[in-house]
Design a protein around this ligand. Structure first.
Ligand SMILES: [Fe+2]
Ligand SMILES: [Fe+2]
Length: 193
């Protein structure tokens, strides 16, 4: 049997690889490509957690603590979506000699700091607690839900979109994902000439 939580933890390791890749590169074209990868994978990951993991936790705990923790997770996601949207919209010109690249770099590092703190807490505290509350069948169901959402997850951050099933996230995120992927494929075509 598979576990949705194990799958999400594997994605956390991919984030860490991208963070290292960004920090170890001295070439801005390659740093921008790494940031684009971060935006795509982390936007989809946040959407999966918002649609499937946080509601499961609210349901399992079923009291104010469930709401408190799920709302706190959504808050981290919200902060990071705003940062990712800025990084997506505000890439400085590499050729221009200004301090814009330094500010962009500091913003990437701020994003990575919030995200590292967030995934450490999920890996060490939140997911182990949720695992204890769920049966293997429920974790397998979670895995299946994540797998079925992979092809339509958003690839852009959408900080203004709803982030809870109760406000429409389950319907709107896949629609946003379809539009994001169409936009990505057009910009890929332009960038490949
Ligand atoms: Fe998360
Ligand atoms: Fe996560």
């Amino acid at each position: 049997m598979n576990s949705g939580l194990d799958y999400l933890k594997q994605e956390h390791r991919q984030f860490e690889q991208l963070f290292d890749q960004y920090l170890n590169s001295n070439d801005w074209e390659s740093k921008f490509r790494t940031v684009d990868q971060m935006i795509s994978i982390i936007s989809g990951h946040a959407s999966m957690e918002e649609r499937y993991v946080h509601p499961l936790y609210r349901k399992k705990i079923g009291n104010k603590e469930g709401d408190f923790i799920a709302d706190r997770c959504n808050l981290d996601d919200q902060i990071n979506k705003e940062l990712l949207q800025f990084l997506m919209d505000s890439k400085p010109e590499i050729s221009i000699k200004s301090n814009s690249l330094d500010i962009y770099d500091a913003t990437v590092k701020k994003f990575m700091s919030v995200e590292k703190d967030h995934i450490t807490w999920e890996d060490d505290v939140f997911f182990p607690k949720l695992k204890l509350l769920c049966t293997p069948e429920e974790l397998n169901d979670l895995y299946n839900s994540l797998m079925s959402s992979l092809s339509t997850n958003p690839t852009h951050p959408h900080p203004l979109a709803p982030n809870k099933p109760s406000t429409g996230a389950k319907i709107l995120h896949p629609l946003a994902g379809i539009v994001d992927r169409a936009v990505d494929s057009i910009s890929d075509k332009f960038s490949s000439g």
